[in-house]
Design a protein around this ligand. Structure first.
Ligand SMILES: Cc1cc2nc3c(=O)[nH]c(=O)nc-3n(C[C@H](O)[C@H](O)[C@H](O)COP(=O)(O)OP(=O)(O)OC[C@H]3O[C@@H](n4cnc5c(N)ncnc54)[C@H](O)[C@@H]3O)c2cc1C
Length: 597
């Protein structure tokens, strides 16, 4: 089955859920217009569908290869990457003074979904580069900006994020890579990083590594980490790649999925030390790293949406063709297409509804980032930054869980053929699995949500979010159209459950942190489901309003919102109940889990 980028759904969500046209009209600085944005997204969809998507399966089979320090990507990758870069796709929301298009981040997130739906393994290279561009743009010295931004935005040079070491994964305070000051004001790096995505490859003329390391006199823990830029080739005075730096790839991993994306061991300073430049201030690398990671976390959430949608498209096509059994509406002797069985309808509707819900959350997060950057007033920018901070862990963790679940449903809809590699359904499941692990595991996201984000502005940021959900439920209620079924009531119930759980969690953060940690992942799920239900209801209201003015083409969105509200949202109160039991059910874990020795 051939894959098509879901352009119409993405544009609808940008408009109806994120409210991009109104944002541009009344809240964002800058000269953006909807026509340009819609044609950029449409063209990205065409490029991804025609050029990138055909590489997905062949890339999975061929995989990236390592030999003597050289990494070769699968056939076609380097060529398509070159065309992708030449078309300017590396700079969708990058600053125009360095060759970017300067469009809102929402447009970039739309494109990120498009690239990742076509091939997640391919799209990881630009995803990491974009995070690096963001960190450099915010924290780099003028000299670094001049030397590195343009080649990275143009896609000629790619970027990496070097955080992880064998003993430092979720807990980066354990980073050991050593940085030494050189007399000329630069630094030398020594150490080993693992799991570095596109740390070495053959798609670009240079690779710019962003490396977390520790100076000899640095304080212990995360307050002693600095961020450095270390290119594979040192730049010549004319900007071209020159001498090779003292860093290399020591090997690549054999993985469950994303086979075409090289995951590298990187070795720094085996000789005189890898020449590096400080990004930001000494020992203040954490701030720069979080900026890089926040952008990347939203992008990884978008990967969940992308792969979930791809799995859905494939499962839908299969369910229309595959015949088994007789549905109740089948009168003749033939077997029915499996899509006529209510249980298969349930799986497909769940896939579609949850993917659309997750897309809505990612778009709301990106819209908040746009407000934080391009807002017209200080207050608007602060409001955007706070909302983006609250929503980022939800966008990352909820959406990647949904991507995984949708890919798993995709296999289930295919029956036994789903387990057989040649259908491609299994690849989506294998590829999606990493997204809930990297860029901070989903467990770590939920802790961030509960410990750092709920207390924002004394709890006002989260209260505003819940108030917004209630307003949408009221809007559906006031519309009073029976096509929405129980949408308003179920959404209001879920908002009640979320509000109650939020109160409990906020109390626990201060008085019983163990219970807050025990419920954090379930709380994030509850938040994602309720906010996702609100996104679908908002899209349904927009579709309904279009129908009132004569265009009934989007009315299925009302039924999608109703499905989510009636079939999935009732689980919200159950999750709230599970959260309420706190850490008590975990207390006897040693007795329950037994002695594993
Ligand atoms: C394919 C791939 C690509 C990657 N790309 C990059 C990259 O480009 N750059 C980079 O720097 N890294 C990269 N990583 C590393 C990735 O970000 C880490 O694997 C991830 O952050 C988890 O760290 P860990 O593997 O050490 O797991 P651990 O930190 O050991 O975690 C193991 C389990 O314990 C849980 N856990 C750990 N600490 C806590 C806690 N305090 N509270 C509750 N639960 C906890 C985790 O949620 C997880 O379930 C990549 C990894 C892979 C597999």
């Amino acid at each position: 089955m051939s894959y098509r980028s879901p352009i119409a759904d993405i544009l609808f969500s940008l408009k109806a859920v994120a409210g991009l046209p109104e944002l541009m009209e009344s809240r964002l600085e800058g000269d953006f217009d909807w026509e340009t944005i819609s044609s950029v997204v449409t063209e990205a969809g065409r490029f991804a569908t025609e050029e990138i998507a055909p590489l997905n399966r062949s890339g999975d089979i061929a995989g990236a290869r390592y030999e003597n320090g050289i990494v070769t990507t699968p056939p076609g990758f380097a060529d398509v990457y070159r065309r992708w870069a030449e078309a300017g796709w590396g700079g969708v929301s990058a600053p125009p003074e360095f060759g970017g298009m300067g469009l809102p981040h929402l447009v970039n997130v739309a494109c990120t979904e498009i690239w990742n739906g076509a091939s997640m393994a391919f799209a990881l290279c630009p995803l990491l580069t974009e995070g690096a561009i963001g960190a450099l743009n915010s924290f780099g010295s003028p000299e670094l900006l001049n030397a590195y931004l343009q080649p990275m935005i143009s896609g000629r040079w790619t970027g990496t994020m070097n955080l992880t070491e064998p003993q430092a994964g979720s807990d980066l305070s354990a980073v050991k890579t050593r940085a030494e000051r050189a007399p000329d004001g630069t630094y030398r790096l020594f150490g080993q990083k693992i799991f570095i995505t596109y740390g070495e490859h053959d798609m670009a003329e240079n690779i710019v590594h962003f490396v977390l390391a520790r100076l000899p006199d640095a304080p212990p823990g995360t307050r002693g980490i600095s961020l450095f830029l270390a290119p594979k080739y040192l730049a010549n005075p004319d900007g071209s790649p020159g001498e090779r730096n003292d860093l290399r790839c020591g090997g690549i991993e054999h993985k469950l999925g994303i086979h075409a994306s090289p995951t590298c061991v990187m070795l720094y300073g085996e000789n005189e030390g890898a020449k590096a430049w400080l990004v930001g201030e000494e020992n203040r690398g954490l701030a720069a790293m979080f900026l890089m990671m926040n952008a990347a976390r939203l992008a990884v959430g978008t990967q969940g949406v992308a792969i979930g949608d791809r799995a859905y498209q494939q499962a839908l096509a299969f369910a229309r063709e595959r015949r088994q059994g007789r549905s109740r509406r089948q009168s003749g002797p033939d077997m029915s297409p499996i899509i006529e069985h209510p249980d298969v309808q349930r799986m497909l509707m769940t896939m579609k509804a949850t993917v659309h819900a997750a897309r809505g959350i990612c778009h709301l997060t990106a819209a908040s980032l746009d407000l934080a950057i391009h807002g017209r007033t200080v207050e608007e920018r602060a409001e955007g930054a706070d909302r983006a901070a609250l929503l980022t862990p939800i966008a990352k963790a909820f959406s990647t869980d949904i991507g995984d679940e949708a890919a798993s449903f995709g296999v289930q809809v295919h029956g036994g053929m789903g387990f057989i590699e040649e259908t491609g359904a299994a690849q989506h499941l294998r590829d999606s699995r990493i997204a809930s692990i990297y860029e901070g595991t989903n467990g770590i996201q939920s802790i961030d949500l509960v410990q750092r984000k709920l207390p924002l502005n004394g709890g006002e940021t989260v209260a505003n979010e819940i108030a917004g959900i209630r307003e949408i439920a009221r809007g559906v209620d006031e519309r009073g159209d029976e096509a929405f079924g129980g949408t308003a009531a179920r959404l209001a119930d879920a908002a009640d459950a979320l509000e109650q759980a939020t109160r409990t969690m906020r109390g626990w953060v201060a008085t019983d942190p163990e219970s807050a940690l025990a419920g954090a992942s379930q709380y994030l799920r509850l938040f994602g489901m309720t906010l996702g239900g609100a996104c679908l209801a908002k899209a349904g209201l927009a579709a309904d309003a279009m129908a009132t003015s004569g265009d009934r083409s989007e009315l299925a969105r009302v039924s999608l919102a109703r499905f989510f509200a009636e079939k999935l949202l009732p689980l919200a109160s159950g999750i709230a109940q599970a959260i309420a039991s706190g850490a008590a059910p975990l207390k006897e874990y040693e007795a329950v889990l037994g002695d594993t020795a």
